[in-house]
Design a protein around this ligand. Structure first.
Ligand code: DOR
Ligand code: ZN
Length: 346
């Protein structure tokens, strides 16, 4: 018996596309299945101004395969020098959808991020006024805080104070990894949403560390213990409109992952939808998949859902490449560790 599932074309509300040869290599993997993506600004140097975003958007459009049905939604990288008026103008023109807050030092290319949150108060107040979402990498970077506690500590020490000080600020907690993150979203109103990645729905910290270190499962925030993964699955499959897909698909070439100081990031663009269908089916929640991939995100960002659809068909295990070859080098595709039976129809 063939089982199939028709979804509105999904969007990815947190994606790393990089630049140059890597951009050219990974963009088709996302554009194949996704209608839109919130494109992260952590290039070197970062995408800081409206002019930077316009130039980067141009490079993405130029790299798109012929006939692709894909729109990049641009973000600005918040620094302590960011000009509130530049942000507001870039938003008003439709060029930029959101601003990204990286605590300095939290992750890949975050050195230009924020150390003194008082210095970005003016930008945040302007964003609250114009209804522009702030996407937050929620990890406390105090070296005294254990890496597995950084999300929970960030909520208490940074995020909650910022939200209290800036009424009306619309915030997306990016790639939440803990039951604490889930609970914080659930305890608040519709101005607070959260993205959840594909890989955090599938792996816990044992997958990274037991039986030898697995660099391709290392990402930030790092995967936590199994009870946290279960809380994420419950949130994602609940249908609660405040939770939506942001893959955080983050390509690094294999030599930089398989390294004495390996980069953080899981590359999931290629097989994300097959992985998610498996996760939702196992949770008995296939009927909630479309909300997570295609409806809740647009609702938060106040955009219409995509009109086009995508069909997933269940059958024999799906073949997908172990790596994709880019002009920058090979990039390993996320291995969920179980067979995938749901194929995206071409
Ligand atoms: O694992 C990650 N990779 N987490 C991030 O926050 C950044 C990303 C990247 O840019 O590689
Ligand atoms: Zn990211």
């Amino acid at each position: 018996m063939t089982q199939s599932l028709i979804l509105r074309r999904p969007d990815d509300w947190h994606l790393h596309l990089r630049d140059g040869a890597m951009l050219a290599g990974v963009l088709p993997e996302t554009a194949r299945h996704f209608g839109r993506a919130i494109v992260m600004p952590n290039l070197v140097p970062p995408v800081v101004t409206g002019a930077d975003a316009a130039a980067y958007r141009g490079r993405i459009m130029a790299a798109l395969p012929e006939g692709a049905d894909f729109t990049p939604l641009m973000t600005l990288y918040l620094t302590e020098q960011t000009d509130p008026n530049d942000v507001a103008a870039a938003h008003a023109s439709g060029l930029v959808t959101a601003v990204k807050l990286y605590p300095a030092g939290a992750t890949t290319n975050s050195a230009s991020g924020v150390t003194d949150f008082d210095k970005v108060r003016g930008v945040l107040e302007k964003m609250a006024e114009i209804g522009m979402p702030l996407c937050v990498h929620g990890e406390d970077t105090d070296p005294a805080v254990d890496i597995f506690d950084r999300e929970a500590v960030f909520i208490d020490r940074v995020l909650d104070p910022i939200r209290r000080a800036t009424p009306g600020l619309r915030v997306v907690m990016e790639h939440i990894t803990t039951a604490d993150g889930v609970a914080y979203v659930q305890a608040n109103d519709a101005d607070l949403g959260a993205t959840i990645t594909t890989h955090h729905l599938i792996i816990n910290r044992n997958h990274i560390l037991v039986g030898g270190i697995k660099p391709h499962y290392y990402c930030l925030p790092v995967a936590k213990r199994e009870s946290h993964r279960q809380a994420l699955v419950q949130a994602a499959t609940s249908g609660d409109a405040r939770f939506f897909l942001g893959t955080d698909s983050a390509p690094h070439i294999d030599p930089l992952k398989e390294n004495a100081c390996g980069c953080a990031g899981c590359f999931t663009a290629t097989n994300t939808l097959s992985c998610l269908a498996e996760v939702f089916e196992t949770a008995g929640a296939l009927d909630k998949l479309e909300a997570f991939t295609s409806l809740n995100g647009p609702a938060f960002y106040r955009l219409p859902p995509n009109e086009a659809t995508l069909t997933l068909t269940k059958g024999a295990p799906v073949a997908y490449p172990a790596k994709i070859q880019t002009g920058a080098g090979p990039v390993t595709v996320f291995d969920p560790g179980f067979p995938l039976h749901w194929q995206v129809e071409a």
